[in-house]
Design a protein. Structure first.
Length: 100
């Protein structure tokens, strides 16, 4: 990139923007809501919680902040193995030998 060194270092010394500080504040509320849900809620329910608290932010912003922070919803509740959800018995895997 063609950036003058003095311009680069001046840019480095700038304070963070208002948006950055607002995102950090929102991220704190998002983490609190996510932890209170038992680490189960995704961005949709966390967004609903924020609306209930009176915060105004978009659902995509909540999703983006959660993604960047590594906060994920719990997906499913431990589906059992097998075609219909039951335990596998192991039957049907042995070869059937003809009687002699």
């Amino acid at each position: 990139m063609r950036v003058h060194p003095s311009g680069y270092y001046a840019w480095l010394k700038q304070p963070h923007s208002k948006r950055y500080h607002e995102n950090q504040r929102l991220l704190g509320l998002i983490k609190q809501s996510w932890l209170e849900s038992g680490c189960v809620y995704g961005y949709r329910k966390v967004h609903d919680d924020l609306k209930d608290l009176g915060e105004s932010c978009g659902i995509n912003r909540v999703g983006s902040l959660m993604h960047k922070a590594g906060l994920k919803a719990q997906i499913g509740y431990g589906r059992k193995p097998g075609p219909k959800g039951g335990r596998t018995t192991g039957r049907g895997t042995e070869s059937i030998a003809a009687p002699i």
